[in-house]
Write a protein that binds this ligand. Sequence first.
Ligand code: G4P
Length: 525
Amino acid sequence: MSFQQEVDKRRTFAIISHPDAGKTTITEKVLLFGNALQKAGTVKGKKSGQHAKSDWMEMEKERGISVTTSVMQFPYRECTVNLLDTPGHEDFSEDTYRTLTAVDSCLMVIDAAKGVEARTIKLMDVTRLRDTPIITFMNKLDRDTRDPIDLLDEVEKVLNIKCAPITWPIGMGKEFKGVYHLLRDETYLYKTGLGHTIQDVRVVKGLSNPELDEAIGVYAEEIRDMLELVKGASNEFNHDEFLAGELTPVFFGTAMGNFGVDHMLDGLVEWAPLPQGRETSERKVESSEQKFSGFVFKIQANMDPKHRDRIAFCRIVSGKYEKGMKMHHSRIGKDVRISDAVTFLASDRELLEVAYAGDIIGLHNHGSIQIGDTFTSGEKFRFAGIPNFAPELFKRIRLKDPLKQKQLQKGLIQLAEEGAVQVFRPLQNNDLIVGAVGVLQFDVVVARLKGEYNVDAMYEHINVYTAQWVTSKDPRKLDEFRRKAEANLSLDGGDNLAYIAPTRVNLSLAKERYPDIEFHTTREH
Ligand code: G4P
């Protein structure tokens, strides 16, 4: 297969959803279709005590959640699909956000009984930074759900994206009969109790087919009437609008019953974009370019307790990776030879021979790789658009043993470079303020400070509303601001100036008082 054919068959996506909408369950079913699992039920069983392969820390096991983002690659139809897992629990982190910068499309899973929920809204905001195309799966149709038309309405209004139903449900809950596929003009009939397998689904061709009446009785007439209405009232699928992030194709089904998941996957491989190019400091790099380039969007520690290493997740933007190849590390301006990149097949962590644009590779990191780093085949550019997000939660971190201040600071700055957490050092005192997007990040930091830096730390409450990075086009104004607002200013892990606002009011007053200062909620690496 030619280089271009390899690239063209890549589809790299992540799932966005609110906790409990069914992300884990659908991941499991997707992997089942991808032949990456023999039997559903092995990704994660909160109650059975089995855990996903991506689980890596003890803490994760205790809590039965997936703290980190992992990557799974599997074949589906003629494509090679990369699914980047994003933590879906109440506790999540910036990794979740940044993972969304490394994919070309997203699957949005919605609990059809609940509709659009808070986390989904937040994650959709992040996908908007790059207008990422979104595919929607309305889950849990085997339960009593909300009216499908209402659901589409809500998605359109709350998430500001047009909906094009691709399948339409027939009945719901105990009366869930299956779905009608608007583009294929076929009805797929649902059977309960087969969720752990790939089912032989009965297909009825054509809506007016009497076989449909025979199969689902009065529901046949109902779906015929319903579809008249749906076709009149909803959008037709339009590929360009989908690619622009303006319209989402919508599928209905049940992840638990493994019904409808394959329709969604078919849509994904058919419509989701091929590996997309990325802007750099110099020019746009396209995935069709033969020379290797990629960027690091995540660093993860101690994935395997037997290897006490850190893995940097690198999204290949162009070209291909081959074992033993030389890469140019743009930030430090050095060439490095990479002989042992890893890939993350669902079955195991495997040594990788070759990977193409669109794929994710794991690079062993002994401290020289940071979030946002670019690797090239010698060119000096750096990829743009891998952001830090303004943290939403803050705590002051304190040592139990005050003599270890140096180790604490070193540890925190390294963890900040990794993107595990953000650290702010006020200009006026020696406090260390830890900022996070998800609560769990705080616990991870204390556990890692102990394990990796032998530092016992604890947290204290601190009154912070938000931290925003500050810049100004006029260096004199920035200096003046630095003097006048010193009490609220701090440096982050990378020595960037940030304004720490104790309250929302304080922030807006500061913005009013210093019109020449720009306040930013994200910062690019
Ligand atoms: P998450 O990763 O998005 O947090 O959700 P997860 O897949 O863990 O699903 C949350 C709960 O919803 C689970 O139940 C799961 O079994 C259930 N669920 C997922 N898809 C469907 C579906 O299509 N229909 C129905 N009826 N339920 C579904 P749980 O009781 O919290 O956990 P478990 O003991 O089943 O693992």
